[in-house]
Design a protein around this ligand. Structure first.
Ligand code: ADP
Ligand code: MG
Length: 372
């Protein structure tokens, strides 16, 4: 038979475009939750409570005590590319917030039933709004779509229900709600370690005890003890890094300030000594406070440990790097999970060297203890 001729090119419908784009950002319940946690942190929350039904597929709810959303912003809240965090392209070079593209809530509204209850400090009551496909929608057919006044605390509660109800293929790919819940717990755990001054709670709806509950105002080490256990916490060593010239008196260097110095970088790590041996590496990596993955950094750290741990055993490593935002490109991937940065090579070798040095120092002091 003859090859078919070219088909006419058609413009995709707006709603289809948005649904496709949403699928790239919201892979599964845990990726929706990651976006929502980041929004709460951006809003300055000190308490974040997550409630889950059916691995987040039936219900994913997050309540924070952050700054809230102004009533007048509610009509465009879930539109694509509406944000309070970025206004010019050059702002991208100095990002201090997790969000910047205004896509998370929009995306969720295209693949779930989204509702929001929010109250700012100056408003006398809270407002509730429902969204579908980027727009305000009535709670029930026939009602008005306008946000309704209601009772509520300062802060914001975001609820996503029936995730992927309109993308059956995606839904079918996520068969196990217990696996999705495990991923949710993992995301909450990691953010709770990195934001140890914020209280996190995560529970299944209708159950009494939360699966995660952290106090506010603890240290990173305390958070690790609470969330990963005493066996790991007991063996933790720490190291600090910076781009400055390494001096003998490193403690006096100003590596604790929140801003990476110009063109520079700094960071800190908590990692287990050779006494701790796990079957798999647990690697928590934050770059500019963003939970990311980097196979290259992970491999480098694992290779440091391969010289001191028995074959087939692995460490726990928490690593937080702050790099001049101008040197980090967060805009490479829709989930923002992968970040690229300049000078990767030298930063990685600096970090591995320092971890190596600390591990070696600890081994030496133990030998010394045994000898005396
Ligand atoms: P982005 O975070 O990239 O700005 P989002 O779609 O995640 O985009 O959020 C859109 C806007 O909604 C944010 O810029 C912020 O102003 C507001 N917002 C979202 N979540 C919250 C929250 N939990 N508390 C206060 N404001 C929020
Ligand atoms: Mg966001």
């Amino acid at each position: 038979s003859e090859p078919a001729g070219p088909q006419p090119i058609r413009r995709l419908q707006e709603s289809l475009i948005n649904r496709i784009a949403a699928g790239e950002i919201i892979h599964r319940p845990s990726s929706a939750l990651k976006e929502l946690i980041e929004n709460s942190l951006d809003a300055g929350a000190t308490s974040i409570r997550v409630t889950i039904k059916d691995g987040g597929l039936k219900l994913l709810q997050i309540q924070d005590n952050g700054c809230g959303i102004r009533k007048s912003d509610l009509p465009i809240l879930a539109e694509r590319f509406t944000t309070s965090k970025l206004s010019t392209f050059s702002d991208l070079q100095s990002l201090r917030t997790y969000g910047f593209r205004g896509e998370a809530l929009a995306s969720i509204s295209h693949v779930a039933h989204l509702s929001v209850i929010t109250k700012t400090m100056t408003d006398s009551c809270a407002y509730k709004a429902h969204y579908l496909d980027g727009r305000l929608t009535p709670a029930k057919p026939g009602q008005s779509a306008d946000p309704k006044p209601c009772a509520g605390n300062d802060g914001t509660t975001i609820t996503a229900e029936n995730l992927f109800y309109n993308t059956p293929t995606r839904l079918a790919a996520l068969r196990s709600s217990s696996e999705e819940y495990a991923r949710i717990l993992d995301v909450v755990t990691r953010y709770a370690v990195h934001n140890s001054t914020v209280s996190f709670v995560c529970k299944k709806a209708g159950t009494a005890g939360p699966d995660i509950s952290t106090p506010s105002n603890s240290t990173t080490k305390q958070a690790i003890r609470l969330l990963y256990g005493q066996t790991i916490a007991r063996e933790l060593l720490d190291a600090k890094f910076s781009s400055g010239v390494r001096s003998a008196d490193e403690d006096s260097m100003d590596v604790d300030n929140d801003d990476a110095e110009e063109d520079g970088w700094h960071g800190e790590a908590l990692f287990t000594s050779a006494n701790y041996q796990a079957k798999k590496t647990v690697f928590l990596l934050f770059i500019n406070h963003r939970l990311v993955e980097s196979t290259r950094i992970k491999r480098a750290v694992e290779s440091v440990y391969s010289t001191i741990l028995p074959k087939g055993t692995f460490p726990f490593v928490y690593l937080s790097l702050e790099i001049d935002p101008r040197a980090v490109d967060v805009n490479v991937h829709p989930t923002k999970r992968e970040v690229h940065f300049l000078d990767e090579e030298s930063i990685i070798s600096r970090v591995s060297d320092e971890i190596q040095r600390t591990l070696a120092g600890q081994a030496r002091s133990r030998t010394f203890e045994y000898q005396t």
